[in-house]
Design a protein around this ligand. Structure first.
Ligand SMILES: [Zn+2]
Ligand SMILES: [Zn+2]
Length: 304
């Protein structure tokens, strides 16, 4: 019989409140308010937030564009890139202890559907998205399934811990469709993930790396598509893909957990510190979002 450790004492009383950045209703904007401190249930842990970072997804939800209106059902706490310390371990959790520093894989997969059972958890048919379809990480405490927790070396700076999520996007995109060693790589789009992709390509032994902000077509190449276009994109499959022998790879999230292993190993070879350009308090989320809109920043991080 499987050993199931007893539930630990909850660290705060039922009814205690915490600060959280919330999408309160359908429409533009966020509100910094309070929410009940969650408690770790069966197979869950509670993290005390140490750092969180802002992502293009948060901008979509803040602006309440078409994509957000069709995916997000307020009210909920937003944010999905975060790093925290385990403060409560729920019943049945093994291999995670109070005090561990951890990042969160924000795609909450079910483990039972066809995709999950065939090693494609990032495409789970019952996926819940942290900070998009369920309460997320811009809060003082976050409750997550233990299987979505990625333990970090204890000396990892929390800012970099939060960046494991977008770093994973970059790793997944760079290696989608094969290796890059000895190859010429073009990175189109030099936001934080594009810049991370440049560093990853260098660490992985790419021969030449070209980074631009304008897309061009390259015969015989392969393209890993990650950022979401604002509109429907028309593509001439015959002329622009088939006759040029192009491989297109749609990249969603990270491969769970193959990408996390790869990203953790790459962290020893690349320095992500310059990617973080600004840091704000949780309350100053509006200022942080305005800065992201201006485009005059790299990765923007929130600290509780
Ligand atoms: Zn993100
Ligand atoms: Zn699934």
């Amino acid at each position: 019989m499987k050993f199931r450790p007893r539930a630990t004492q909850h660290i705060v009383n039922t009814g205690a409140r915490m600060r959280a950045v919330k999408k309160v209703q359908r429409g533009p904007g966020f509100e910094v308010g309070t929410a009940p401190v969650p408690q770790a249930g069966v197979d869950e842990v509670l993290l005390e937030l140490k750092a969180a970072s802002l992502c293009g997804t948060d901008l979509h939800i803040h602006a309440w564009d078409e994509w957000a209106a069709s995916h997000v059902e307020p009210p909920l706490t937003v944010g999905h890139e975060c790093c925290g310390v385990v403060v409560e371990v729920g019943e049945g959790v093994e291999g995670l202890e109070v005090g561990a520093l951890a990042a969160v894989e924000g795609h909450f997969f079910c483990e039972h559907c066809l995709m999950c059972q065939t090693e494609r958890r990032h495409l789970c048919l019952n996926m819940k998205l942290f900070g998009v379809t369920i309460d997320g990480g811009f809060a003082e405490y976050v409750r997550v399934p233990a299987r979505n927790v990625w333990k970090l070396p204890p000396d990892t700076p929390p800012d970099l811990g939060a960046l494991m999520d977008p770093l994973g996007n970059a790793v997944h995109a760079v290696f989608a469709g094969g290796d890059v060693a000895g190859q010429t790589v073009a990175v189109t789009g030099c936001g934080p993930i594009g810049l991370m992709a440049v560093a990853i390509c260098r660490a992985a032994g790419a021969a030449h790396i070209l980074a631009t902000d304008v897309g061009t077509y390259r015969p015989g190449g392969r393209a890993a598509l990650l950022g979401l276009p604002a509109d429907v994109v028309k593509l001439d499959l015959a002329e622009q893909v088939i006759l040029k022998g192009i491989s297109l790879h749609g990249v969603f999230g990270r491969r769970i957990f193959e990408t996390w292993y790869r990203a953790t190993n790459l962290l020893q070879k690349i320095d992500l510190t310059p990617a973080v350009t600004h840091s704000f308090a949780l309350e100053d989320i509006d200022q942080a979002l305005a800065l992201m809109h201006s485009g005059e920043c790299g990765k923007v991080v929130l600290a509780p």
